[in-house]
Design a protein. Structure first.
Length: 130
């Protein structure tokens, strides 16, 4: 099955030896997105809310670059350094996934790249051409 590397300047460049996303068939596998500003490569915001919104915007931009969208996401995995912010996460997350509600896992971890508070990866369908 052919696969393609997805790359967009509308999301931060990877901080390691991996791709922003890979397609395989009609699936799009998005690497973990952290709250970096794609223009500066710097942390986008100090608050959890700012970081969460930036991560979801980065995710959305990679989805769009891969021919998909938030409404095509099948599975999301969220990594947080403080599950005490779970309610705040859900409130912000609901603004992005209001109708589609993909399957989801959320786990607390000790640390994340660049000392950020949240990282999200996803698997999505690629929208069919009309």
């Amino acid at each position: 099955m052919p696969r393609s590397v997805i790359k967009t300047s509308n999301a931060p460049a990877p901080v390691g030896p991996y791709s922003q996303a890979i397609t395989s068939g009609n699936l799009l596998f998005i690497s973990g997105q952290i709250p970096l500003d794609p223009e500066t490569g710097e942390l986008a915001g100090n608050s959890f809310a700012e970081q969460c919104n930036r991560v979801l915007l980065n995710l959305k931009n990679v989805l769009l670059a891969g021919g998909s969208g938030l409404d095509q996401v099948l599975k999301v995995t969220i990594f947080m350094t403080n599950l005490g912010q779970f309610g705040e996460l859900n409130q912000i997350y609901s603004e992005y996934f209001d109708e589609s509600k993909p399957a989801r896992s959320c786990v607390e971890v000790n640390n994340l790249p660049k000392g950020v508070d949240i990282e999200i990866d996803a698997i999505a369908q690629i929208a069919e051409a009309s």
